[in-house]
Design a protein. Structure first.
Length: 192
């Protein structure tokens, strides 16, 4: 099986004090790894085993989709954060945010509202639809990749992403994500 867990782009202590080593350890080594293990088991002997992860996400359904999409979503989530992140994007993405949300502050408020209001497990995303920016949320494993949207940044709002550090306070976690963790260099690179 060619699918392996991509290394975390930073150490498990790198996002302190906003996300603990315990959270990153469990999230990456247990949750993300389990989705990958399930994916490999489901692909055993199947023709899809030779497809790329993106192709599997776009064409599969049921358990295969759920596990493939969660592997892809988590890869994208780790890249959506960095130590000393936050701040604001630059260049073309900064201009598009002002064009489509009036201001970066307004974008941040709308992204936080969407992430907090999403009921149950899922993801908040900044996506581009043919160059036009949108904030969307997806439930469980669902991903904008499936709908052909270009993903720019994501925040995991499953409880396993924040419960150790923030308990039930998803809003505090989303605030920390936007202020201290969001990797705008990564989002800008996706948009270029
Ligand atoms: Mn997760």
């Amino acid at each position: 099986m060619k699918f392996e867990l991509a290394p975390l782009p930073y150490s498990k202590q790198a996002l302190l004090p906003h996300l603990s080593e315990e959270t990153l350890g469990f999230h990456y080594e247990k949750h993300h790894q389990t989705y990958l293990n399930n994916l490999k088991n489901l692909l055993q002997g199947k023709p899809e085993a030779d497809a790329s992860l993106e192709e599997i996400v776009k064409t599969s359904s049921g358990a295969l989709f759920n596990n493939a999409a969660q592997v892809w979503n988590h890869d994208f989530y780790w890249k959506s954060m960095k130590p000393q992140g936050g701040g604001e994007p630059t260049g073309k993405l900064a201009q598009a945010i002002v064009r489509d949300f009036q201001s970066f502050a307004e974008f941040s408020a709308q992204f936080a509202s969407a992430a907090i209001a999403h009921f149950g497990s899922g993801w908040a995303w900044l996506v581009s639809e043919k160059g036009s920016l949108k904030i969307v949320t997806t439930g469980n494993a669902d991903t904008p990749l499936k709908q052909g949207l270009q993903c720019l940044l994501t925040c995991d709002v499953w409880e396993h992403a924040y419960y150790v550090d923030y308990r039930n306070l998803r809003a505090k976690y989303v605030e920390a994500f936007l202020k201290h963790l969001a990797n705008w260099e990564f989002a800008c690179a996706q948009f270029e």
